[in-house]
Design a protein around this ligand. Structure first.
Ligand code: SAM
Length: 324
């Protein structure tokens, strides 16, 4: 299906896994990011002026996935699903014009909002100037150390209407930093949520499904029609809850686990045997001394003719353990 919000398409919002370019000038790195608390307009690093007048009326930027929520009903449903508490910290990725943020600052103990578009920063600060619990981190969520950003808190929950072109990369980053993230309520492209929640055996099952299932409990909450956004995307969205597992079986060799899953899904039409035979050199070096792919699969009790999408997370774990 062709659409604006889909990952994996060339150009505009469809650029899979690409980091967005900054709204102007040179790229913002985390070291240049500005952490600003609206209460005292605390600026912990030098504040470069926004290149254009601050305003919420500027044209939405397609390359930053700016489809802003305009449905109060959907805002309510997301906030109700999250249930912000007065004693907790919530991270919001991409506050945009503040549709969710307005509710968050009213209900959560503390809100740390990470926005890439420097043109939105001043208007956000102005909008939430009276809120002592609002902190703006002006920078790229893909470079953000979330655990650092929420200090002095040590744990937070995340809510976001994610820019879909980078949603997989952000998911990976959130999972990497799960030591300080307990739960996420995320709006994603519906197809991505279907992939994330696909059980073993489903055609939608892929690398992302295994990655997320290994580290999170997932719960699809509800679908959202394109009309809930301005501008309206061409596709439906879905809201999903991900609860991070603080401990699981792969903690000891996460990189190995992910490289096996990635190699297993390299070519979807091929069997697990053929994909692992073509695995990258580093993985081959672990496989060869153990007798080759067929032996490893046999020891893991996995039929070599199966395809990657049929494997359960427990089976991927078994493979990883045999190669560790
Ligand atoms: N939360 C707002 C809403 O629901 O109306 C805006 C959601 S809009 C789909 C995505 C937001 O993420 C935009 O404000 C965009 O500027 C911001 N964004 C895009 N890429 C980002 C990145 N790498 N880091 C942080 N924010 C980003």
């Amino acid at each position: 299906m062709k659409n604006e919000r889909e990952e994996g398409k060339g150009g505009g919002r469809g650029d899979s896994e690409k980091k967005p370019k900054p709204s102007s000038g040179s790229a913002l790195s985390m070291s240049e990011s500005q952490r600003i608390s609206s209460s005292h307009l605390r600026v912990t690093q030098s504040l470069r002026p926004a290149p254009h007048p601050s305003s919420f009326t500027l044209h939405p930027l397609k390359r930053l996935g700016q489809n802003f929520l305009v449905s109060g009903g959907i805002v309510d449903r997301i906030i109700n699903a999250l249930g912000p508490q007065g004693d907790e910290t919530i991270i919001e990725i991409g506050p945009g014009k503040g549709a969710l943020t307005t509710r968050l600052v009213a209900e959560a103990g503390s809100v740390v909002a990470i926005e890439f578009d420097r043109n939105l920063g001043p208007a956000l600060l102005e909008k939430f100037a009276s809120r002592k619990n609002f902190t703006l981190v002006q920078g790229d969520a893909l470079d953000t150390d979330f655990c650092e950003a929420i200090r002095p808190a040590t744990q937070a929950r995340v809510v976001a209407n994610l820019p879909y072109n980078i949603s997989t990369a952000i998911l990976q980053r959130l999972i990497d930093q799960r030591s300080c993230i307990t739960e996420m309520v995320l709006m994603l492209q519906r197809e991505v949520v279907d992939r994330i929640t696909a059980p073993a055996g489903a055609t939608e099952r892929g690398y992302l499904s295994v990655l997320v299932e290994a580290y999170c409990e997932t719960e699809k909450l509800f679908d959202v029609a394109p009309g809930a956004f301005r501008p309206a995307p061409k596709v439906w969205s879905s809201v999903v809850r991900l609860r991070t597992r603080q401990q699981n079986e792969v903690e000891m060799n996460e990189q190995l686990f992910l490289s096996i899953v990635s190699a297993g899904f390299a070519q979807r039409r091929k069997t697990i045997l053929n994909n692992l035979r073509k695995a990258p050199a580093a993985l081959q070096e672990l496989i060869k001394p153990r007798g080759g792919v067929s032996i490893i699969l046999c020891e893991a009790n996995i039929q070599p003719q199966r395809r990657a999408e049929t494997l359960t997370v427990a089976e991927w774990f078994r493979l990883a353990r045999l190669l560790a």
